[in-house]
Design a protein around this ligand. Structure first.
Ligand SMILES: NC(=O)c1ccc[n+]([C@@H]2O[C@H](COP(=O)([O-])OP(=O)(O)OC[C@H]3O[C@@H](n4cnc5c(N)ncnc54)[C@H](OP(=O)(O)O)[C@@H]3O)[C@@H](O)[C@H]2O)c1
Length: 350
Protein backbone atom coordinates (compact mmCIF):
# COMPACT_ATOMS: atom_id res chain seq x y z
CA UNK A 1 0.00 0.00 0.00
CA UNK A 2 1.36 3.44 -0.92
CA UNK A 3 -0.24 6.45 0.75
CA UNK A 4 1.63 9.09 -1.23
CA UNK A 5 -1.39 10.17 -3.26
CA UNK A 6 -3.53 10.54 -0.14
CA UNK A 7 -0.87 12.40 1.77
CA UNK A 8 0.18 14.69 -1.05
CA UNK A 9 -3.16 16.49 -0.73
CA UNK A 10 -2.49 17.30 2.91
CA UNK A 11 1.18 18.18 2.50
CA UNK A 12 0.51 21.92 2.52
CA UNK A 13 0.86 21.74 6.33
CA UNK A 14 4.59 21.15 5.89
CA UNK A 15 6.04 24.17 4.10
CA UNK A 16 9.59 23.76 2.73
CA UNK A 17 12.20 25.32 5.00
CA UNK A 18 13.53 28.56 3.50
CA UNK A 19 17.20 28.57 2.52
CA UNK A 20 17.53 24.78 2.87
CA UNK A 21 20.04 22.72 0.86
CA UNK A 22 18.92 20.76 -2.25
CA UNK A 23 16.05 18.38 -1.63
CA UNK A 24 16.99 14.73 -1.26
CA UNK A 25 15.13 11.45 -1.60
CA UNK A 26 15.20 10.06 1.94
CA UNK A 27 14.29 6.56 3.16
CA UNK A 28 13.21 6.63 6.82
CA UNK A 29 13.08 3.77 9.35
CA UNK A 30 11.34 4.06 12.73
CA UNK A 31 9.10 6.88 11.44
CA UNK A 32 6.19 5.95 13.74
CA UNK A 33 8.26 6.37 16.93
CA UNK A 34 8.46 9.52 19.03
CA UNK A 35 11.59 10.91 17.40
CA UNK A 36 10.82 9.32 14.02
CA UNK A 37 7.61 11.36 13.73
CA UNK A 38 9.41 14.59 14.67
CA UNK A 39 12.22 13.82 12.23
CA UNK A 40 9.85 13.15 9.33
CA UNK A 41 8.17 16.53 10.01
CA UNK A 42 11.59 18.24 9.99
CA UNK A 43 12.66 16.50 6.77
CA UNK A 44 9.42 17.51 5.05
CA UNK A 45 9.76 21.13 6.23
CA UNK A 46 13.17 21.16 4.53
CA UNK A 47 11.58 20.08 1.26
CA UNK A 48 12.91 16.52 1.11
CA UNK A 49 10.99 13.65 -0.46
CA UNK A 50 10.40 11.21 2.39
CA UNK A 51 9.56 7.51 2.09
CA UNK A 52 8.82 5.76 5.40
CA UNK A 53 8.99 1.98 5.78
CA UNK A 54 6.63 1.04 8.62
CA UNK A 55 4.72 -1.89 10.07
CA UNK A 56 1.05 -2.32 9.17
CA UNK A 57 0.35 -2.40 12.95
CA UNK A 58 2.62 0.28 14.38
CA UNK A 59 2.98 2.28 17.59
CA UNK A 60 3.33 1.09 21.19
CA UNK A 61 1.36 -2.15 21.50
CA UNK A 62 0.61 -2.13 17.74
CA UNK A 63 -2.32 0.24 18.27
CA UNK A 64 -1.84 2.23 15.03
CA UNK A 65 -3.64 1.11 11.86
CA UNK A 66 -2.18 2.06 8.44
CA UNK A 67 -4.50 5.07 8.27
CA UNK A 68 -3.46 6.17 11.79
CA UNK A 69 0.19 6.04 10.68
CA UNK A 70 -0.63 7.95 7.49
CA UNK A 71 -2.33 10.66 9.57
CA UNK A 72 0.75 10.96 11.79
CA UNK A 73 3.10 11.22 8.82
CA UNK A 74 1.17 13.50 6.49
CA UNK A 75 3.26 14.55 3.49
CA UNK A 76 5.43 11.42 3.47
CA UNK A 77 5.02 8.26 1.40
CA UNK A 78 4.31 5.22 3.55
CA UNK A 79 5.32 1.70 2.57
CA UNK A 80 4.41 -1.32 4.69
CA UNK A 81 6.46 -4.40 5.48
CA UNK A 82 8.80 -6.05 7.97
CA UNK A 83 12.09 -4.27 8.62
CA UNK A 84 13.45 -7.41 10.30
CA UNK A 85 13.01 -9.38 7.06
CA UNK A 86 15.65 -8.44 4.44
CA UNK A 87 13.42 -9.71 1.61
CA UNK A 88 10.55 -7.46 2.69
CA UNK A 89 12.91 -4.51 3.20
CA UNK A 90 14.06 -4.69 -0.43
CA UNK A 91 10.78 -5.82 -2.04
CA UNK A 92 8.29 -3.68 -0.06
CA UNK A 93 10.61 -0.86 1.06
CA UNK A 94 13.29 0.14 -1.42
CA UNK A 95 11.45 -1.49 -4.39
CA UNK A 96 14.51 -1.21 -6.65
CA UNK A 97 14.39 2.60 -6.52
CA UNK A 98 17.24 5.08 -5.92
CA UNK A 99 17.56 7.02 -2.67
CA UNK A 100 20.08 9.65 -1.55
CA UNK A 101 19.98 9.07 2.20
CA UNK A 102 18.71 6.77 4.91
CA UNK A 103 17.61 8.24 8.24
CA UNK A 104 16.94 5.71 10.99
CA UNK A 105 15.08 6.33 14.23
CA UNK A 106 14.41 2.59 14.48
CA UNK A 107 14.95 1.00 17.91
CA UNK A 108 13.66 -1.93 19.93
CA UNK A 109 10.57 -0.77 21.82
CA UNK A 110 11.36 -3.02 24.81
CA UNK A 111 15.16 -2.94 25.02
CA UNK A 112 15.01 -6.69 25.80
CA UNK A 113 18.22 -8.41 24.64
CA UNK A 114 16.77 -10.58 21.85
CA UNK A 115 14.67 -7.75 20.39
CA UNK A 116 17.56 -5.28 20.68
CA UNK A 117 19.93 -7.53 18.73
CA UNK A 118 17.21 -8.23 16.12
CA UNK A 119 16.26 -4.57 15.61
CA UNK A 120 19.03 -2.24 16.82
CA UNK A 121 21.74 -4.44 15.27
CA UNK A 122 20.50 -6.98 12.71
CA UNK A 123 17.73 -4.95 11.03
CA UNK A 124 20.11 -2.00 10.75
CA UNK A 125 22.85 -4.18 9.25
CA UNK A 126 20.39 -5.46 6.60
CA UNK A 127 19.16 -1.90 5.96
CA UNK A 128 22.74 -0.72 5.45
CA UNK A 129 23.30 -3.38 2.78
CA UNK A 130 19.98 -2.61 1.06
CA UNK A 131 20.61 1.15 1.25
CA UNK A 132 23.98 0.78 -0.45
CA UNK A 133 22.30 -1.18 -3.28
CA UNK A 134 19.76 1.64 -3.60
CA UNK A 135 22.50 4.23 -4.11
CA UNK A 136 22.31 5.78 -0.63
CA UNK A 137 25.44 7.81 0.16
CA UNK A 138 24.60 9.10 3.67
CA UNK A 139 23.25 7.15 6.68
CA UNK A 140 21.93 9.19 9.62
CA UNK A 141 21.50 7.02 12.71
CA UNK A 142 19.66 7.91 15.92
CA UNK A 143 21.60 6.20 18.70
CA UNK A 144 21.84 7.10 22.42
CA UNK A 145 24.39 8.85 24.61
CA UNK A 146 24.36 5.93 27.06
CA UNK A 147 26.27 3.70 24.61
CA UNK A 148 29.43 5.53 25.71
CA UNK A 149 29.27 3.38 28.88
CA UNK A 150 27.77 0.11 27.64
CA UNK A 151 26.56 -2.20 30.39
CA UNK A 152 23.25 -3.38 28.90
CA UNK A 153 22.44 -5.69 26.00
CA UNK A 154 20.66 -3.03 23.94
CA UNK A 155 23.66 -0.71 24.29
CA UNK A 156 26.00 -3.42 22.98
CA UNK A 157 23.61 -4.05 20.06
CA UNK A 158 23.56 -0.32 19.18
CA UNK A 159 27.34 -0.06 19.46
CA UNK A 160 27.85 -3.11 17.25
CA UNK A 161 25.87 -1.42 14.49
CA UNK A 162 27.55 1.95 15.04
CA UNK A 163 30.90 0.21 14.44
CA UNK A 164 29.60 -1.50 11.32
CA UNK A 165 28.29 1.79 9.93
CA UNK A 166 31.56 3.61 10.64
CA UNK A 167 33.48 0.84 8.89
CA UNK A 168 31.12 0.75 5.89
CA UNK A 169 32.71 3.55 3.90
CA UNK A 170 29.31 5.30 3.59
CA UNK A 171 29.02 8.86 4.92
CA UNK A 172 27.54 8.60 8.41
CA UNK A 173 26.13 10.86 11.13
CA UNK A 174 25.62 8.97 14.40
CA UNK A 175 23.50 11.09 16.73
CA UNK A 176 23.67 10.19 20.43
CA UNK A 177 21.08 12.29 22.27
CA UNK A 178 20.62 12.75 26.02
CA UNK A 179 17.23 12.15 27.71
CA UNK A 180 13.92 12.74 25.92
CA UNK A 181 11.10 14.72 27.52
CA UNK A 182 8.77 11.68 27.59
CA UNK A 183 11.27 9.80 29.76
CA UNK A 184 11.25 12.61 32.34
CA UNK A 185 7.52 13.28 32.49
CA UNK A 186 6.16 10.05 33.95
CA UNK A 187 5.46 11.39 37.44
CA UNK A 188 3.23 14.34 36.69
CA UNK A 189 -0.02 12.47 37.38
CA UNK A 190 1.12 11.11 40.76
CA UNK A 191 2.34 14.56 41.81
CA UNK A 192 -0.95 16.11 40.69
CA UNK A 193 -2.74 13.55 42.89
CA UNK A 194 -0.77 14.81 45.90
CA UNK A 195 1.73 11.94 45.97
CA UNK A 196 5.47 12.57 46.50
CA UNK A 197 7.96 12.71 43.62
CA UNK A 198 10.07 9.52 43.60
CA UNK A 199 13.84 9.93 43.48
CA UNK A 200 16.75 7.52 43.75
CA UNK A 201 19.13 8.41 46.56
CA UNK A 202 18.90 12.15 47.23
CA UNK A 203 17.81 12.89 43.65
CA UNK A 204 21.21 14.28 42.74
CA UNK A 205 22.91 11.04 41.66
CA UNK A 206 22.47 11.89 37.98
CA UNK A 207 21.89 14.83 35.64
CA UNK A 208 20.94 15.30 32.00
CA UNK A 209 20.35 18.01 29.41
CA UNK A 210 16.89 17.00 28.13
CA UNK A 211 16.16 17.47 24.43
CA UNK A 212 12.71 17.99 22.92
CA UNK A 213 11.37 15.75 20.15
CA UNK A 214 11.16 18.70 17.73
CA UNK A 215 14.67 19.99 18.45
CA UNK A 216 16.11 16.48 17.99
CA UNK A 217 14.12 15.97 14.78
CA UNK A 218 15.60 19.22 13.42
CA UNK A 219 19.10 18.18 14.48
CA UNK A 220 18.77 14.82 12.71
CA UNK A 221 17.34 16.38 9.54
CA UNK A 222 20.12 18.99 9.42
CA UNK A 223 22.73 16.20 9.42
CA UNK A 224 21.92 15.77 5.72
CA UNK A 225 23.43 19.11 4.73
CA UNK A 226 25.63 20.28 7.64
CA UNK A 227 29.14 19.12 6.69
CA UNK A 228 30.32 19.50 10.31
CA UNK A 229 28.05 16.51 11.08
CA UNK A 230 29.45 14.23 8.36
CA UNK A 231 31.38 11.14 9.49
CA UNK A 232 30.95 12.09 13.13
CA UNK A 233 29.58 10.58 16.33
CA UNK A 234 27.49 13.42 17.75
CA UNK A 235 26.47 13.53 21.42
CA UNK A 236 23.72 16.14 21.78
CA UNK A 237 21.55 17.64 24.50
CA UNK A 238 18.90 20.34 24.71
CA UNK A 239 19.30 23.98 25.73
CA UNK A 240 20.20 25.22 29.22
CA UNK A 241 22.08 23.77 32.17
CA UNK A 242 22.08 20.10 33.17
CA UNK A 243 19.31 19.22 35.64
CA UNK A 244 18.94 16.55 38.31
CA UNK A 245 15.82 14.50 39.12
CA UNK A 246 15.42 16.57 42.32
CA UNK A 247 15.32 19.78 40.26
CA UNK A 248 12.72 18.19 37.96
CA UNK A 249 10.53 17.42 40.97
CA UNK A 250 11.00 20.89 42.47
CA UNK A 251 9.93 22.49 39.20
CA UNK A 252 6.83 20.31 38.91
CA UNK A 253 5.74 21.18 42.47
CA UNK A 254 6.37 24.89 41.80
CA UNK A 255 4.25 24.77 38.62
CA UNK A 256 1.45 22.99 40.49
CA UNK A 257 1.67 25.48 43.38
CA UNK A 258 2.45 22.72 45.90
CA UNK A 259 5.23 22.45 48.48
CA UNK A 260 7.89 19.94 47.29
CA UNK A 261 7.55 16.40 48.66
CA UNK A 262 10.02 13.66 47.77
CA UNK A 263 10.18 9.94 48.49
CA UNK A 264 13.73 8.65 48.42
CA UNK A 265 14.19 5.15 47.03
CA UNK A 266 17.54 3.46 47.82
CA UNK A 267 19.40 2.15 44.79
CA UNK A 268 20.00 -1.00 46.86
CA UNK A 269 16.30 -1.79 46.46
CA UNK A 270 16.76 -2.05 42.69
CA UNK A 271 19.78 -4.29 43.28
CA UNK A 272 17.67 -6.59 45.46
CA UNK A 273 14.91 -6.75 42.79
CA UNK A 274 17.49 -7.49 40.07
CA UNK A 275 19.03 -10.25 42.22
CA UNK A 276 15.67 -11.93 42.88
CA UNK A 277 14.57 -11.73 39.22
CA UNK A 278 17.94 -13.04 38.06
CA UNK A 279 17.61 -16.16 40.23
CA UNK A 280 13.98 -16.66 39.17
CA UNK A 281 15.15 -16.19 35.57
CA UNK A 282 17.08 -19.46 35.77
CA UNK A 283 13.74 -21.26 35.62
CA UNK A 284 11.31 -18.61 34.28
CA UNK A 285 12.26 -16.80 31.03
CA UNK A 286 9.74 -14.01 31.84
CA UNK A 287 11.63 -13.25 35.05
CA UNK A 288 14.93 -13.06 33.14
CA UNK A 289 13.38 -10.49 30.79
CA UNK A 290 12.10 -8.46 33.77
CA UNK A 291 15.58 -8.63 35.33
CA UNK A 292 17.00 -6.96 32.22
CA UNK A 293 14.33 -4.22 32.43
CA UNK A 294 15.23 -3.70 36.11
CA UNK A 295 18.91 -3.45 35.12
CA UNK A 296 17.91 -0.79 32.55
CA UNK A 297 16.06 1.08 35.33
CA UNK A 298 19.09 0.88 37.61
CA UNK A 299 21.34 2.19 34.85
CA UNK A 300 19.22 5.32 34.41
CA UNK A 301 18.91 5.77 38.18
CA UNK A 302 22.67 5.93 38.57
CA UNK A 303 24.24 7.10 35.28
CA UNK A 304 24.00 10.64 33.93
CA UNK A 305 22.96 11.32 30.35
CA UNK A 306 25.92 13.62 29.70
CA UNK A 307 29.23 13.25 27.89
CA UNK A 308 31.55 10.97 29.85
CA UNK A 309 35.14 12.14 30.19
CA UNK A 310 37.19 9.00 29.52
CA UNK A 311 40.21 10.48 31.33
CA UNK A 312 38.39 11.09 34.64
CA UNK A 313 35.46 8.67 34.27
CA UNK A 314 33.17 11.58 35.25
CA UNK A 315 30.16 12.98 33.43
CA UNK A 316 30.75 16.49 32.09
CA UNK A 317 27.81 18.85 31.52
CA UNK A 318 30.06 21.52 29.98
CA UNK A 319 31.36 19.08 27.38
CA UNK A 320 27.81 18.06 26.37
CA UNK A 321 26.75 20.08 23.30
CA UNK A 322 23.34 21.76 23.22
CA UNK A 323 20.88 22.38 20.42
CA UNK A 324 17.38 23.76 20.04
CA UNK A 325 15.13 26.02 22.04
CA UNK A 326 12.55 24.11 24.06
CA UNK A 327 13.45 23.28 27.67
CA UNK A 328 12.02 20.49 29.79
CA UNK A 329 10.56 23.10 32.12
CA UNK A 330 8.74 24.78 29.17
CA UNK A 331 7.29 21.34 28.44
CA UNK A 332 6.29 20.77 32.09
CA UNK A 333 4.48 24.13 32.02
CA UNK A 334 2.56 23.00 28.94
CA UNK A 335 1.76 19.65 30.58
CA UNK A 336 0.45 21.33 33.70
CA UNK A 337 -1.71 23.68 31.61
CA UNK A 338 -3.00 20.68 29.63
CA UNK A 339 -1.47 21.95 26.35
CA UNK A 340 0.65 18.79 25.95
CA UNK A 341 0.32 15.14 26.98
CA UNK A 342 3.20 12.89 28.07
CA UNK A 343 3.70 9.89 25.81
CA UNK A 344 4.04 6.51 27.50
CA UNK A 345 5.75 3.87 25.39
CA UNK A 346 6.48 0.17 25.83
CA UNK A 347 9.64 0.93 27.80
CA UNK A 348 8.79 3.83 30.05
CA UNK A 349 12.01 3.39 32.02
CA UNK A 350 13.97 4.93 29.17
N1 LIG B 1 13.98 7.80 25.72
C1 LIG B 1 15.08 8.50 25.90
O1 LIG B 1 15.19 9.33 26.81
C2 LIG B 1 16.22 8.29 24.95
C3 LIG B 1 17.34 9.08 25.11
C4 LIG B 1 18.40 8.95 24.20
C5 LIG B 1 18.30 8.05 23.15
N2 LIG B 1 17.20 7.28 23.05
C6 LIG B 1 17.16 6.34 21.91
O2 LIG B 1 16.34 6.89 20.88
C7 LIG B 1 15.84 5.84 20.06
C8 LIG B 1 14.42 6.08 19.60
O3 LIG B 1 13.61 6.49 20.64
P1 LIG B 1 12.05 6.74 20.44
O4 LIG B 1 11.57 7.16 21.77
O5 LIG B 1 11.76 7.57 19.24
O6 LIG B 1 11.59 5.23 20.14
P2 LIG B 1 10.12 4.66 19.98
O7 LIG B 1 9.10 5.73 20.16
O8 LIG B 1 10.04 3.45 20.82
O9 LIG B 1 10.09 4.24 18.41
C9 LIG B 1 10.78 3.12 17.94
C10 LIG B 1 10.56 3.00 16.45
O10 LIG B 1 11.19 1.79 16.01
C11 LIG B 1 10.19 0.97 15.39
N3 LIG B 1 10.34 -0.45 15.69
C12 LIG B 1 10.64 -1.02 16.87
N4 LIG B 1 10.62 -2.37 16.76
C13 LIG B 1 10.27 -2.64 15.48
C14 LIG B 1 10.07 -3.84 14.74
N5 LIG B 1 10.23 -5.05 15.30
N6 LIG B 1 9.70 -3.75 13.44
C15 LIG B 1 9.55 -2.52 12.88
N7 LIG B 1 9.72 -1.35 13.50
C16 LIG B 1 10.08 -1.41 14.80
C17 LIG B 1 8.87 1.42 15.96
O11 LIG B 1 7.86 1.04 15.06
P3 LIG B 1 6.38 0.66 15.58
O12 LIG B 1 5.68 1.98 15.76
O13 LIG B 1 5.85 -0.17 14.48
O14 LIG B 1 6.53 -0.09 16.88
C18 LIG B 1 9.09 2.92 16.06
O15 LIG B 1 8.88 3.51 14.81
C19 LIG B 1 16.09 4.58 20.87
O16 LIG B 1 17.21 3.99 20.25
C20 LIG B 1 16.51 5.03 22.23
O17 LIG B 1 17.47 4.14 22.81
C21 LIG B 1 16.15 7.38 23.90
Amino acid sequence: MDTRAVNARASTTTQPHRGSAPARRVFVLGATGTIGQATVRSLLRRGHEVVCFVRSRAGAGGKLTPSDSANLLVGATLRYGDVADPVSLVRDGFRGERFDALVSCLASRTGAPKDAWRIDYQAHAEALAAAREAGVTHFVLLSAICVQKPLLAFQHAKLAFERELIGSGLRYSIVRPTAFFKSLSGQIERVRQGKPFLIFGDGRLTACKPISDGDLGDYLADCLHDASRFDRVLPIGGPGAAITPRQQGEQLFALLGQPPRFKQVPVGMLDAIIGILRVLGWILPAAAAKAELARIGRYYATESMLVLDPATGRYDAEATPSTGRETLFDFYARLVKGDAAPERGDHAVF
